[in-house]
Every structure is written in C-alpha cells, then in structure tokens.
Design a binder for this molecule. Sequence first.
Ligand SMILES: Cc1cc2nc3c(=O)[nH]c(=O)nc-3n(C[C@H](O)[C@H](O)[C@H](O)COP(=O)(O)OP(=O)(O)OC[C@H]3O[C@@H](n4cnc5c(N)ncnc54)[C@H](O)[C@@H]3O)c2cc1C
Length: 289
Amino acid sequence: MYISQLYSNKHLVLSFEIFPPKKNFPINKLVNQLETFSKLKPDYMSVTYGAGGSTRDRTIEIAGLIKENFGIEPLAHLTCISSTKDQIHRIVQDLENHNIQNVLALRGDLPTDPNFVFPTPLHFEFASDLIQFLKSEGKFCIGAAFYPEGHIEAPNQETDFRNVAYKVKQGTDFLISQMFFDNAFLLDSIQKLHILGVNLPFSAGIMPVTNIKQVKRIASLCGATFPPSLLQELSKRQDDPQMVEEFGINYAVKQIRALIQAGIDGIHIYTMNKPHIAQKIIEKIHDLI
Ligand SMILES: Cc1cc2nc3c(=O)[nH]c(=O)nc-3n(C[C@H](O)[C@H](O)[C@H](O)COP(=O)(O)OP(=O)(O)OC[C@H]3O[C@@H](n4cnc5c(N)ncnc54)[C@H](O)[C@@H]3O)c2cc1C
C-alpha cells in the first residue's frame, strides 16, 4: 500500500523509525523488538539507510521483514550522494523484489572521510535528483525530509524551504521533519512551506530524549535547537537515567499532544530501536489516536 493512501484515509498517521542493527545483533532479538513495535499498531515503520553507523545492506531486508511478518507497511530510507545511477537502479530492483512500495528519498550526509571518492561527475547531487530518478524507474510513493529550522548547510531558511518546494515538485508525496524540541519551529515551517505552495501531508519527527549526551550530539549535528529550559530540566536529573527517561518521554508526549491538537497529519517517532519508549508514549497519547 502506498503511504500516501494512509494520509488520505486517516486523521492522524502514526509511524516509527528504526535503524538496522549491526550485523552481529541476534536476528531473534530484532524480531522480538519488531513484534513489540507492531503491537503498538503504527500505520507504517521506516528503516534508515546507513544513518548513525547502521549497516546499509540490511535496510531492505528489514523493511521486507516488517511487511511480511507483521503486515505493517514499511518505508525504506535511501540516500544517493555517494551512489551511481547503476547502484541506485540495482537498489530499485531489490526494493521491487521485496515488494516495497514506499521510499524516503534523501541526499544523505556528506561523507566525512577525506579520502572518500565521489562519482565524477556526481550522479545525484540533491534528494530532488533521486526523486526524479525513482519516479522514472518505478512506481514508488516517495517521502522526503524537511528541517523546521532550515537544513544546516543552507545559507538561510528561506532558501532551504524553496529547495524543499522544488523537491516536492519533482514528485514527493509526503514530508517527514527532522527532530525539533519546540513545536513553534515545526508549525512555523509548515506555514512557510504552505505559502511556497507545498500542500502535502506533513509528519512531525519526534525524538524522545532518553540519553542527554546522545541526543545533544545528534541535535547539534543536524542543527536542531536544544532549548535551555529543556537542558536545565534534564541536567537536574542527569544522575538518574530513569528520571531522564521519564522526563524525556513526558516532554515528547507534551509535544505530540499539542501537535495533534494543532491538526498535524502525522507523528513520526524516532524510536532509537527502543520499543518500551514507544510503548510508554503511545499509552499516554492513546486517547488522541
Ligand atoms: C526524516 C529524516 C530521515 C533521515 N534518514 C536518514 C537515513 O536513513 N540515512 C542517512 O544517511 N541520513 C538520513 N537523514 C539525514 C539526511 O540525509 C541529511 O539531513 C542530509 O544532509 C540532507 O538530506 P536531504 O535529503 O534533506 O537533502 P536535500 O533535500 O538534497 O538538501 C540538502 C541541502 O542541499 C540544499 N539543496 C537542495 N536542493 C538544492 C538545489 N536544487 N540547489 C541548491 N541547493 C539545494 C538544501 O537546501 C540543503 O541544504 C534523515 C533526515 C531526516 C529529516
């Protein structure tokens, strides 16, 4: 099923993001995690591609598992900056072989290895190039990313939002946001994108803070503002991981409840592969979904 159909049919679309674990992670443990996630009844589950050190070659396999074993629609992430058209063409065939119909089309972060050799000339410079390619290659429903505070490399927010509008024109069906810790950023960005003619379903990407160091590092890498008040509250609890987790979950729940009340199309939870966190969040928003 195309994920765009879910957005058309439901007042709120709930999705979970997971990353493929390292190769030596036991498969039965992964299947158990997926089972717990599936019991929470997300509308779809996305699987990252090489993000945060996870292995790329398991994205499609795990997306296939989500669909086959648990009957949940998968969204396979795919990045393009370091790939050739031939490589992406082979991935498209693999996606089709696994009956995966939904792709989150991304440029990907620029490789930090100074010895990394890019295809010359670049076959894909931006996510919009990948979106055009996927549209010409197969019948995919395509998601893309947006950044409520603007993408970290963009000269300014307006330029970045124009680039989002461009990738939407190339064939994007829905958008998922980067993490943000102040709903005002998200709601403001959607308003600005509407003005630029972007009228698609928007899912808000919610990152529950359960590990202060880890989330601060990720937030700084992607340019998301970490509000001083949030940091202060977390710091007060820093010696007690249980209290940090509880506060992080309640903060995420507060964000989600306010966004649902503001009429958001979808909530996308960055689960960090921790089913119990997703479970606690769902319990606390159950009356709204
Ligand atoms: C929901 C979500 C999921 C993600 N999943 C993954 C993942 O699985 N694996 C992974 O490696 N990374 C992932 N990322 C991170 C993402 O790859 C990085 O943020 C990357 O730096 C940008 O990718 P993009 O697709 O947004 O790029 P683009 O949309 O191509 O934008 C990248 C930059 O180029 C600029 N730009 C875009 N088009 C043009 C143009 N035509 N002319 C000039 N400038 C332009 C934009 O303003 C921006 O600054 C994810 C991000 C999000 C929000």
